[in-house]
Design a protein around this ligand. Sequence first.
Ligand code: ATP
Ligand code: MG
Length: 268
Amino acid sequence: MAYIFCIANQKGGVGKTTTTINLAAALAAIGQRVLMIDLDPQGNATMGSGVDKRQLQHSIYDVLLGESSLAQARVKSVWGEAAAKPGMATYHVLGANRDLAGAEVELVNLDKREMRLKQAIAEVVNDYDIVLIDCPPSLSLLTLNGLCAAHGVIVPMQCEYFALEGLTDLVNTIKQVHANLNKDLKIIGLLRIMFDPRITLQQQVSDQLKSHFGDKVFNTLIPRNVRLAEAPSYGLPGVVFDPAAKGSQAFIDFAKELVQRFKQEPQS
Ligand code: ATP
Ligand code: MG
């Protein structure tokens, strides 16, 4: 049985996709069997895993609408020349592209529309140790499908002035989904990303986060690191593009911390 985690924050551009692809690559590098699901019509997690979103034979859109099984639609991440480097394990990708934007409307009339992803994952769940779902920047029916399928949510966030305010909506949504649709769901942790310790405000917000959320804040900090930002233009996660970069090392540490955490918790 795999642990299934959503990477979610309805705020745009906070590092959800960067977290998803680098965590997927880091988990694969430490020996975990990983499925990465792109639940965002932008398809950035697909492209950032070396998979061309315009060339997908089947995408998550087909899976949600029941036109393809997940086993048929998944592909392997593509590292090209980077695969020659030692330790560059691949992971599986359920890709997305703009078709997915239409799914929202088409799903409305379908039975159990918020459970479609959960049902699809159930078929392949024994193939993996961990499934990561990259959510779009909204609390939409797509995100709801992710939340209904998952055991927990990883929330990447920047330590900025409005960060805590934005969290309230997400925490409330998670509470509602927990109460009504998915009793397994919980916040696994908050991940501080694009962190710059020289900025006093970021330190202050980070301290606030810790006093509000205690050990729900992951110990690992992901620094602001230009190599992580450059890597997607090569169709690679930073962890594969430049394994020695500070940001990549931080994601390896984060993968280890996460594995440690879920080993300690009984699976519900
Ligand atoms: P969206 O809400 O649009 O899906 P997102 O939350 O998935 O966005 P990303 O696309 O991961 O956010 O990141 C937004 C931008 O920040 C990207 O240009 C990315 O390269 C950059 N970025 C993310 N993390 C870091 C980091 N640790 N250091 C430097 N740049 C980063
Ligand atoms: Mg994204």
